[in-house]
Design a binder for this molecule. Sequence first.
Ligand SMILES: *[C@@H]1O[C@H](CO)[C@@H](O)[C@H](O)[C@H]1NC(C)=O
Ligand SMILES: *[C@@H]1O[C@H](CO)[C@@H](O)[C@H](O)[C@H]1NC(C)=O
Ligand SMILES: *[C@@H]1O[C@H](CO)[C@@H](O)[C@H](O)[C@H]1NC(C)=O
Ligand SMILES: *[C@@H]1O[C@H](CO)[C@@H](O)[C@H](O)[C@H]1NC(C)=O
Ligand SMILES: *[C@@H]1O[C@H](CO)[C@@H](O)[C@H](O)[C@H]1NC(C)=O
Ligand SMILES: *[C@@H]1O[C@H](CO)[C@@H](O)[C@H](O)[C@H]1NC(C)=O
Ligand SMILES: [Ca+2]
Ligand SMILES: [Ca+2]
Length: 864
Amino acid sequence: MLIGLVYVALVIIGTVVLCNCYTAESGGGGRRPHRILLDTDVDTDDFFALLYLLKLNRSEFDLQAVTINTNAWTNAGHAVNQIYDILYMMGRDDIAVGVGGEGGILEDGTILQDVGGYLPLIEQGTSTSGYCRYRQAIPVGKGGRLDIDSNFGFRKSFLPQGNRKYSPLRQPTTQQVMIDKVSRGPITILLLGAHTNFAIFLMQNPHLKKNIEHIYAMGGGVSGDRGNLFTDYTSNPYAEFNIFGDPFAAYQVIHSGIPVTLVPLDATSTIPISDNFFNAFEQNQHTYEAQYCFKSLKMVRDAWFNGQFYTSYFMWDSFTSGVATAIMRKSSDPNGENDFAEMEFINITVITSNKPYGVSDGSNPFFNGLKTPKFNLKKGGIHSGHVQTQLRDPFCLVKNGKGKCKDGYTMEVTGPEAVSVLVATKAKPNRDSKSSLDREFFISFLDVLNLPQHTGRFNFTTQFPYYKEVLYKPDFGGKKLGKNVLFDTDMSAGDFLALFYLLKLPVEVINLKAILVSPTGWANAATIDIIYDLLHMMGRDDIPVGLGDVFATNQSDSVFPGVGDCKYVKAIPHGSGGLLDSDTLYGLARDLPRSPRRYTAENSAKFGAPLYIDHPELRQPVALEVWKSVVKSLDEGSKITILTNGPLTNLAKIVLSEKNTSSVIQDVYIVGGNINYNNTEKGNVFNIPSNEYAELNMFLDPLAAKMVFDSGLDITLIPLGIQRKVSAFPNILERLRVCKRTPEAIFAMRLISRLHRLQQKHHRYQHMDTFLGEILGAVILGGDQSTTNSAFQVKPIRVVATGVESEDGQMKIDERNGKSVKILEYVDHMACYDIFTNRLGNDQQCAVVGSFEEQRRIWSTPPK
Ligand SMILES: *[C@@H]1O[C@H](CO)[C@@H](O)[C@H](O)[C@H]1NC(C)=O
Ligand SMILES: *[C@@H]1O[C@H](CO)[C@@H](O)[C@H](O)[C@H]1NC(C)=O
Ligand SMILES: *[C@@H]1O[C@H](CO)[C@@H](O)[C@H](O)[C@H]1NC(C)=O
Ligand SMILES: *[C@@H]1O[C@H](CO)[C@@H](O)[C@H](O)[C@H]1NC(C)=O
Ligand SMILES: *[C@@H]1O[C@H](CO)[C@@H](O)[C@H](O)[C@H]1NC(C)=O
Ligand SMILES: *[C@@H]1O[C@H](CO)[C@@H](O)[C@H](O)[C@H]1NC(C)=O
Ligand SMILES: [Ca+2]
Ligand SMILES: [Ca+2]
């Protein structure tokens, strides 16, 4: 309460001071600065736009807030921390940042508070999990969200880390930030991603529309079948990604009655990043922000998929921020005359469904089986036709021709649906026709980013006078190393606890050779960086980490493998208790020391990249590669034990790749699966109610699970039922409190107590004890059976993988077709807590650098 009061007082004082400045600077004659709210999907081009805005004269342009679009090119947890870091570098911790929210939309169309914007309006139910109807068009791994989430791997080497960060249940949500900023007075909205967030805001707060002066949006295209869904032309050649991400939301925005200026593909296609511009940019990096933008752009170029970067990478959002601010500067001009783009009024609408209208083919949830259509939409009206259901929706495909679906097309129309929108039609040429930079905006972009005013304070390496990049590798000094172990993780919270434990076991007992990461479960691929950081903390930068396939077996598209279906992973929530939290390790990831190792999109031509690049040695290895190198490193006759704590995607690939698995794999410990004795033991796929008996690690990739269980490997199963017995938060916390306070014990305690607190506080965190059960695999693998009192039974097990959602991933005891599996039936859970906490508190094999804080201290003081 006290903090709240102080904050309010500060804001009032701040406003007064600002007003004074403004009268002083503008000599009393000008207007107040344009207050701006930026909604972004945090693609590379978006932060160019953001930095351009931040550099402009603050008495003209006052960026008030950044809200994050979470249903397109980025994942919320990675995006929000990146925005915080950029703002910290720029000294702008005063700018509000909104992401996510847990509200939903009820069956009857009631919009609850704080809808997170993770799903397009047409798919938004009451939770943050759901299908990927439109999002399927966006690549998931390399060249898509993985590269964007990690800023092509570059962000962690460059951006300093401030005090603000995502924290569960404390993070301001997008809707809160929008309501707060719009309520306070006239404001301009810049939309650089899909329109979900802002449409929800408008639908829920019509009384606040009066404060919105203007909407500027990058998106759409007005000249026919020239869309940019490069993964999907065969079904929809008309749409542009931002509008396609949520056509119904864009319709709400365009038809809101608020003046709209659109910068569509028609205009952005006339301002490609030419090699002349690229070279000029390379020569003009006089500020940290210019450096950051150039180096990011260079990473994009070096990783560009077809070698055609200079003709296929455009200034989309950055150009839009230029055009928008240029128009705002001359706000008296009704035709939007400006230096950077030709403008024209065009009557358009946004297509949200395809003709014929009024069909009931099951494709349209606004109407499917509802007596009254959702949001009171008109039966037989423009929203009532077929809605594109998936990437290669058969309805959209035309034999030997371009697809016929127009969802998301910003089409020129006449009649009642027409909205007059100011549209940028092309980029203006440089007024200096002799310059090698042929667009006027190129000049402004470079000038503004290099302005000495409002400049970044430091980058990560200049922030600390004694910064030094170190890789820690242990010296085992001739010790005889123990059992070879490979850990396969989907980066769920409990897997990090298990990893700490494995690293603490004496190397004479367990020799952790490698880690494979599977992004088909609870976390997205870019979260691999947390694994690198944890290894760095524990002084184990020698352990290789391999990144697995981003899709479950057979979920990737047969035509364009970078995209694919989310049939199984749709069960994981995007928001609280789901990917948002995993991707930030429940807000704690930033407390780990920062490793010099990290994901990078850099790749050498030897591995299929189009270009030779600066640092081929940094390349992110893939899972199978790491597996091969581990196998190669084994001594004659020795084998490896695998512990899997996630979906079996990687293990299935290993099984497929080896001629004789039993010659290299000793045995496998699988954490997961549910043995459904007599239909008494329920599974945990809580978002797919029709499937009562599957466990998530099996459900998320049933084909892989089936392959592994059919393979004849020597399997020990630690199923859901027994994991549930090891889920008493108070007991383990009590023990952690009394054990020796090593950095790893402290970190584990913070993580576990956070999970426990969240579980008590909010229903989205009900399943948190699942993660505590995940330590069991590591404890059984490393421990001795006499202390845990563990007991096993051998049963013939078969996994169901029929493609039928209500049964996929279930386990059957099948005397005829099942394979023998050793199943953990009993364990003394108190003994498990003791073993786990004693090990973490042991002073052997401790952290070499305890936290990010400690790292900062080291880099701030001269070495002794
Ligand atoms: C910023 O804008 C104000 C008002 O238009 C103007 O008086 C001032 O000179 C500008 N400052 C800079 C550094 O251009
Ligand atoms: C940080 O800035 C310094 C000084 O401009 C530069 O030498 C260094 O390369 C930058 N760091 C990174 C990671 O780019
Ligand atoms: C847009 O529609 C309005 C109303 O139908 C019409 O008056 C106007 O001329 C149209 N503008 C353009 C550019 O077609
Ligand atoms: C995966 O799909 C391909 C092609 O659709 C099929 O040939 C293959 O059998 C499938 N794999 C499994 C394990 O079902
Ligand atoms: C596979 O390897 C095991 C252990 O090395 C060996 O006993 C077995 O004969 C091999 N099987 C085949 C089919 O080569
Ligand atoms: C399942 O049912 C069978 C037969 O009714 C019974 O013998 C067995 O003990 C039951 N198993 C469990 C785990 O409840
Ligand atoms: Ca964008
Ligand atoms: Ca896991």
